[in-house]
Design a protein around this ligand. Structure first.
Ligand code: FAD
Length: 292
């Protein structure tokens, strides 16, 4: 099923994320996570492509498994910065051959030593979106950044580029993680003022590792509100307490978003079925999903 049809048909859409295994020997663990997360009945599951040190070779395989074996709509991420248009073409063909109708089109992060791609490669996700559009009737998602993308010093310009990306054929957007809902609300107003009117899924990261999140927010330019820094400082060295606090914080964020009219929540579940289960349990009546 196309994600734009799911979003159109539901009061609130909730999705989860899986990333492929770094080593082949870890595949069974990811498969187990996929099965358990699917059993929670999210509206769709997204599968990353080579992000965070992961590989891309299993993205389509896992996306296909989620749909065919576990009955949940999937979306395959696809990046273009480090692949030729011909290589990208082959992946799109593979996605199509596996009856996956949804692609999250991304530029990908440049390798440390390269800020511009080699000649003939794409520089921006919008170019990839044009290619996907030309290849068939896919539902295409894109990434957006409520606090601005790190490479773009000017947030207004970043939104102009986002508008170009949407005009290239994006059906919906998913945000980078954020921890202050007011940042998201301001972003939604600013996006609408630019004429960006596709659905925007709010990316929520349940934090379970204080040290790790402080590092990754530095890299992505995401703000940690003082209230949340206090929580990390207090509970960050106790994994069970941090997990409980992280799940509670994410739950509260989601409730506030839904109460204020946000209709799409994307959980950065990072293959943690237990975390996803706790959040789904906390929201069972709000989302109208019975506990699995
Ligand atoms: P773009 O939309 O191309 O934007 C990148 C930068 O270029 C921005 O600063 C933008 O302002 C600027 N820009 C855009 N168009 C133009 C233009 N025409 N001219 C000049 N500047 C322009 N990474 C992975 O490797 N694998 C994944 O699976 C993955 N999944 C992700 C999922 C989500 C929801 C998000 C938010 C990010 C994900 N990422 C993933 C990270 C993403 O690849 C990086 O953030 C990357 O640096 C930017 O990708 P993009 O698609 O947003 O790029």
């Amino acid at each position: 099923m196309k994600i734009r049809d799911i979003i159109d048909s539901k009061p609130v859409t909730i999705s989860c994320e899986l990333f492929p295994p770094k080593k082949d020997s870890d595949f069974a663990g990811v498969q187990q996570a996929a099965e358990k997360i699917s059993a929670l009945h999210p509206d769709f599951i997204s599968i990353t492509y080579g992000a965070g040190g992961g590989t891309s070779k299993n993205t389509v395989k896992i996306a296909s498994m989620v749909q065919d074996d576990y009955g949940v709509t999937s979306i395959a991420h696809l990046t273009c910065f480090s692949s030729t248009p011909e290589e990208v073409d082959r992946v799109i063909d593979d996605i199509k051959a596996h009856n996956i109708e949804n692609i999250l089109a991304l530029r990908g992060d440049p390798p440390r030593d390269a800020t511009t791609p080699p000649p003939g490669y794409y520089s921006h996700a919008s170019e990839l979106i044009h290619q996907i559009r030309a290849k068939g009737d896919f539902c295409i998602g894109g990434a957006c950044y409520p606090e601005g993308h790190v490479d773009c010093a000017n947030r207004d310009l970043d939104l102009d580029y986002l508008k170009m990306k949407v005009d290239a054929g994006c059906d919906f957007l998913t945000t980078q993680m954020f921890f202050d809902n007011n940042i998201m609300y301001r972003f939604l107003y600013r996006a609408l003022a630019k004429g960006i009117d596709v659905p925007i899924m709010a990316g929520i990261m349940p934090v379970i590792n204080g040290k790790q999140i402080k590092r990754s927010v530095q890299l992505s330019g995401t703000e940690l509100p003082n209230r949340f820094v206090g929580i990390i400082d207090k509970f960050g060295s106790d994994p069970l307490a941090m997990k409980q606090a992280g799940v509670a914080y994410a739950t509260e964020q989601i409730i506030d978003l839904i109460a204020n009219g946000v209709r799409g929540i994307h959980l950065y579940t990072m293959n943690r079925a237990d975390i996803a289960a706790e959040i789904f349990h906390n929201l069972s009546h709000i989302l109208g999903k019975e506990d699995a």
